[in-house]
Structure formats: C-alpha cells, structure tokens
Design a protein around this ligand. Sequence first.
Ligand SMILES: NC(=O)c1ccc[n+]([C@@H]2O[C@H](COP(=O)([O-])OP(=O)(O)OC[C@H]3O[C@@H](n4cnc5c(N)ncnc54)[C@H](O)[C@@H]3O)[C@@H](O)[C@H]2O)c1
Length: 270
Amino acid sequence: MSLTGKWGCTLNLPDEVCSAPHLAVITGAAGGLGAALAADLDAQGWATIRLDVRLPDDDPGNGYAQPTVFLPLDVREDAELAQLGERLRRPRERFLVVAAAGVISAGLAENLSVAEWRRVVEVNLTGTFVTLRSMIAAAKVADTGRLLAISSDAGKTGEAWLSHYSASKFGVIGLVQSLALELVEHGVTVNAICPSIVDTPMMDQLARQMADATGEADVEEWRRRFVAEVPSGRACLPGDVTSVVTFLASEGAGFLTGQSLNVAGGHEMH
Ligand SMILES: NC(=O)c1ccc[n+]([C@@H]2O[C@H](COP(=O)([O-])OP(=O)(O)OC[C@H]3O[C@@H](n4cnc5c(N)ncnc54)[C@H](O)[C@@H]3O)[C@@H](O)[C@H]2O)c1
C-alpha cells in the first residue's frame, strides 16, 4: 500500500517502523512541541512516525536512535490518515498517538473573517479528530493504546484576541472526553494536555501579531506579558509537556482517561 504525501510523492513506510513494538505517531512534528516530543520519545526507545504539513527543522533520519520516518501530511487529509492508520493496525506492545499539529492567529472576533475562523478550527479541531479517529483501530489492537491531544489553557478559559483558537481548543477537550468513553472498554485511554504559553515558534508568531495588531508594545514586550501571566514566572518548556506525555503513555496511567491536564505553571487550575 502506498501513501501519497502533501507534495504528491509516494511515502515510504519501512516495515521496521510499522512493526515496531513501541510506536508513536506525532503530528506537528516538524518543529516546536511536536519535534521536541518526538526527540524525547526517540531517546526513550520509541520508533516514531512524524507528520507535518511542512518539512522538518532538523534532518529526518539523521542521528535518530530508533527507527523513524517523517511523512509530509496535512492532518485535514482524512483519506491519507485513514490509510496510515490501517497500515499500523497490527498487534504491538505500545502504541501512542500525540495530535500536536496546530495553528494560531491573533484577531478580535469583531474583525475575524469566517475563512480564518474555519482555517484554525479545521486544523486544530477537525485535524485532531481526523488524526485520533484514524488511529483508533491501531490503538485497540495494541497491548497499551494511548491517544493524546494537545489542547491549551485557552481550551479551559476563553482569551481575548483568540476566540477561534480558544473555541477549537475547547472542542478538543469535548472530543477527548467523548472518545475516552467510547474506547474505555477497549483499554485505550484518551487524554488532553493543556499547556500555558510554550516557548516555541507559535509563541513568537503570537507576540509578533499582537505587536502588529495593537501597536501598543513591541514583540519582546508581548513575550514578557505572556510570561508575566504565568504564576511560575516562566514560559512552559517543551520538556514540561514531554514529561507528562511520558507518564500518560506509561502502563501505570491506564486508569487515567478523559482528562485534560494543565501543564501551566499555575496559570490554569480547573
Ligand atoms: N506555543 C504555545 O504557546 C502553545 C500553548 C498551548 C498549546 N499549544 C499547542 O501545542 C501544539 C504545538 O504547538 P507549537 O507551540 O509547537 O507550535 P508550532 O507552530 O511551533 O508547531 C506546530 C506545528 O504544526 C504544524 N502544522 C500546522 N498545520 C498543520 C496541518 N494542517 N497538518 C500537519 N501539521 C500542521 C506546523 O507546520 C508546525 O510544525 C499546538 O496544537 C498548539 O496549539 C501551544
């Protein structure tokens, strides 16, 4: 079976990856949180399938400890994801999916175009649905099946300038809770992680857009303001999130499902 990637190329999926006893699929893995997570899982002995709509920041296949493959796929591509999920549907010890692909933009709802609303909701919410749904069968046949989605603290409490982003991340939590109930009898857990502001390219983009849109402070000042909102006094680091993913992926977390865990330095508490 061949998969066709974003640029029309046929994607190679080596058998040593497909049949790995510990296999993780991570979306949004070309950079930011997804790339950091993939690297941590690689170091822990997981084979990884890294998906992104763009090419990775680092050189895929170079210097990785475990078998890995990078697939240029858009998480909105239902047919491609379904094909991938079918290919991965085989018994193994541990199967982990982390839906981390996401987009953001800053805009007051009053001025936000419906097109921009749809773009953000389609990637963040529909893309998470497409990703998790496509991997359900593969998770069911693994001894330990774990589905995770990266929501946000903006998925717990609304934020000005981010109505579309916040709505998409609230939606991810509803999706995760519903899937958790549907899959609990199959021993598959489904959870969300809600980070506060994370020091990634997404944070830079948001600071830049807020500086341009408001004109009241420069990019550095916006970064400082984001961090100042966090009681711990610093931005969330990718490692703060990956350590929680490691726990949720472990056998010991088998009774924990349908949860949305704040990794937010005290910024979000419900
Ligand atoms: N950075 C933050 O402050 C922050 C806070 C809370 C939650 N999050 C969430 O964490 C996740 C990771 O964000 P990040 O900070 O690493 O952002 P990032 O922009 O650094 O990385 C996101 C990745 O997703 C990819 N992507 C975008 N659209 C895609 C698509 N349609 N298909 C496949 N890949 C796509 C991008 O190419 C990029 O590599 C996102 O879901 C984001 O909403 C981020």
